[in-house]
Every structure is written in C-alpha cells, then in structure tokens.
Ligand binder design. Structure first.
Ligand SMILES: *Cc1c(COP(=O)(O)O)cnc(C)c1O
Length: 412
C-alpha cells in the first residue's frame, strides 16, 4: 500500500476526523505550524462579534459584572478560562489563571520564586531554552536579584546546589520537540531545596501534562499555539495551591488586589490565584481564547496526544517510503517528544520557503532547523502523506535552490 492509500485508511478510522470541520483551514494549505499559531476555530468570529457588538456595544461597563447582575462576566473571565485550562495540565481549577503574555507570567513567577527562597539567587535553566525564558531572567539579574545558570540536559541535576532558587525549563523543547521528565526533575529540584517552573507552551493542548502529580510549583503556557486562542492571545499561569498564601509577585496591579473596587491606597494581594493578575483583563483576547480552550477540552488531550503520535510516526513512515534522507533532530521515539518533528539541513530556510510556496506551511528555526508541527485537532493523515510527498519533491528537484527562497523575512 502506498502512503496515500494508508492515509485514507487511517483517516477513515480516525475518531478526531470530524473535528477538522470545526476549524477554518484555507483551501490548498497544509498547515504544519499549529505549534506556532493555532488555526482559527470556526466558532471564534461569531463569539468575538457577540462580545464586541452585544457585550461591549450594548452592555458597556455593565458587562464586567456576572449574569446575576445583568452582566457578561468579564471580571471573572481570567479565572473562568484558567479553570478550563486546568484539567488539560493536571491542575486544580483554582490553580490556573489566563492573563498577560507568557513572558510577563515568567517574570512574575521567577520573581515570586526568588522571594520564596531567601538567600538563593540562581535560576537554573538549559542553554537553547526558548529565548524569552532566558531573557526574562536578565532584567532581574541586572537588578541584582537573580543569577542565571545554564546547564545542558544531562547535567541539570548535578547543577542543582544550595544556591538554586528555581529550576526553570520548557517541558517540550521548541526547536527539537524533546520532552523533559517533569516528575523526575521536579523531584530532584525539590530535594535540592529549589522550586520548579515549567513552561508548557509546546505541551498544552497537544499532550496530557500532570503538574500536580509531578508536584510542580509553577507553570506558564501559551494561548495562541495548540490552544488556538488567536495571535497574541492571553497566556496562562499555574500556581500550586500550597503556595497561594505565600505568593509575593512584583507586578502588584489593581486586578490582583483582594478588593480592586475598594480603591484603597494600599496593596493587599487577593487570597487565591487572582493575586497573579496585574492590570485590566484583555476581554476581547480572552473571548477568542475561551473558544479555543473549549474546543480543545471537548476533543480531549488524551485523544489529541494519541493522534499526534500517530501523525508524526506516519510522517516518518512516509519519508522512508519516499526515500527522503534528512537528519532528524527530534527524539526518534514518539514518547520522548512533543507534537512536532524537526530536521537539520544547512539550507533549511530555503527548503521551508519552497514548501510554503507549495502550500505546506512549516517553519524555520535558526540556524538550520526545519520544524514541522502536527496539531492533532485539525490535521488529517492525508495532509501528512501530501506534506511528505511535497518535501520529497522539493529535495529531489532542488527547487529550494531558487533565489527567491533564500530571501529572509523578519518572522520565520
Ligand atoms: C511561544 C513561547 C513563548 C511565547 O512567549 P510570549 O510572551 O507569548 O511571546 C514563551 N516560551 C516558550 C517556550 C514558547 O514556546
């Protein structure tokens, strides 16, 4: 059986097949970049129109209150959506809140961790972690509050000494897709007296995560990747319940106050997860995020993960069938990686551009990585076979060598 025939069989048996129709996917496009910007759920435009035209246009300021006061529940949206993200990451509903960007949430939680570990200043991470994760340490370092330490994957536990306040890692590596052992590393950090922050940007919505079972302290994650919340969607933050009372984060804005509408001169943090809020919630962004989260939760992370593994395994099988020989930088075993496959090639940028010209949208990560994401909610096995065939043709024909494919855009 050739790959296209195998794909037809897989698609016929795929329980998630019908969900593809719940997303807007442009004609002629095979979208392998849902790990960077998730596709648009078909329900999002109407939901946003309702928020804009009715809740804002008609309800005006009244919409901040809940339905019992004739409002639309804007004030509670951050906690409500956090509560919906919680089961996707193995957290309790009161341990997650949707707010700010991933970068800002990192800052609040890194600073909070430093406050909880007086006498310790080291933030331990790995070289090649997502840039913003490493950059967010720098500002605290310049203020003399933090000290960055980087150790390669295999050396992380050795680098955990009595100076480490926080171990901060990305669960699924953005470039290679390699997965960290969350439970083992969390345990090791705790044994060294350090706290742990997991960045779940490339995990949430594509695979099950068990924060509470692992004993994690903090986590952050992205709303616009597998959660399909739209460009620049609010991110989320997780704080284990045992730390709620002790949380001391530096962005003490009025939305994180115990009683924002008491308009007191003095800051008093909210008793729960709301203490992580800073300023007014971005209501329009949250409205789009909620649609994505509802849809991903309806499909279920268990089923999404099973399909994501099947998609990437099938892609590798297609490459074999089409005799494509590329250096794979993602772990060979599907259980050791997230929902993506990355390949190294000195001309990865031009190859990526040639694929995009054929309607196969993946991305390039500097300096030489072609990254293909397999968002399980809306990709079919037929997409995978077709993408693999395009890649084989681009490589065999040398069409990527055309001059136009080496012009670099700002966003890759
Ligand atoms: C996408 C991503 C981010 C994004 O941070 P923003 O503040 O939303 O720009 C952060 N960390 C990781 C690991 C990511 O993959």
């Amino acid at each position: 059986m050739n790959p296209e025939e195998r794909a037809r069989e897989f698609d016929a048996a795929d329980p998630l097949g019908p969900y593809r129709n719940r997303f807007t996917l442009p004609e002629g496009v095979i979208y392998l970049d849902g790990n960077s910007l998730g596709a648009l759920p078909k329900a999002t435009p109407a939901a946003m129109a309702r928020v804009v035209e009715q809740e804002w246009g008609e309800g005006l300021i009244r919409s901040w209150n809940g339905p019992d006061f004739g409002g639309a529940g804007w004030f509670d949206a951050a906690s409500r959506i956090g509560g919906k993200i919680a089961p996707l990451i193995g957290a309790g509903p009161h341990e997650v809140i949707a707010c700010d960007s991933t970068s800002v949430n990192l800052f609040k939680l890194i600073a909070a961790a430093l406050n909880m570990r007086p006498g310790r200043k080291v933030i331990l991470s790995e070289p090649g972690n997502f840039p913003t994760d490493l950059y967010m340490i720098a500002g605290l370092e310049r203020q003399g509050l933090a000290e960055r330490r980087l150790a390669a994957r295999g050396d992380l536990t050795k680098a955990l000494d009595g100076d480490v306040a926080l171990l901060m890692l990305t669960h699924v590596h953005y470039k290679t897709g390699a997965l960290h052992d969350m439970a083992a590393l969390t345990r090791a950090a705790h044994e060294a007296g350090a706290l742990v922050l997991w960045d779940l940007s490339h995990s949430t919505g594509a695979m099950p995560v068990e924060l509470n079972a692992a004993g994690a302290d903090f986590a952050v994650g992205c709303g616009y990747k597998y959660l399909c919340g739209g460009p620049g969607a609010p991110a989320f933050a997780y704080l284990a319940e045992r730390h709620h009372a002790a949380l001391d984060q530096p962005l003490t804005g009025w939305f994180g106050h115990a009683a924002p509408f008491a308009f007191s001169d003095d800051y008093e943090g909210a008793p729960g997860i709301e203490r992580l809020l800073c300023g007014t919630s971005p209501v329009l962004g949250l409205a789009a995020l909620e649609v994505g989260v509802d849809l991903i939760a309806e499909i279920g992370v268990g089923r999404l993960y099973a399909k994501s593994q099947a998609l990437s395994e099938f892609f590798l099988e297609c490459l074999m069938a089409f005799k494509v020989d590329l250096e794979q930088v993602s772990p060979p075993k599907s259980t050791a990686r997230g929902s993506q496959l990355s390949f190294r090639h000195p001309d990865a940028y031009a190859i990526c551009q040639a694929l995009i010209a054929r309607g196969v949208i993946g991305d390039f990560r500097d300096p030489d990585v072609l990254r293909l994401g397999f968002a399980p909610a809306y990709l079919s096995f037929a997409n995978i076979a077709a993408a693999a065939r395009h890649l084989a043709e681009v490589l065999a024909s040398g069409e990527w060598q055309r001059a136009e494919f080496s012009q670099r855009a700002v966003v890759t």
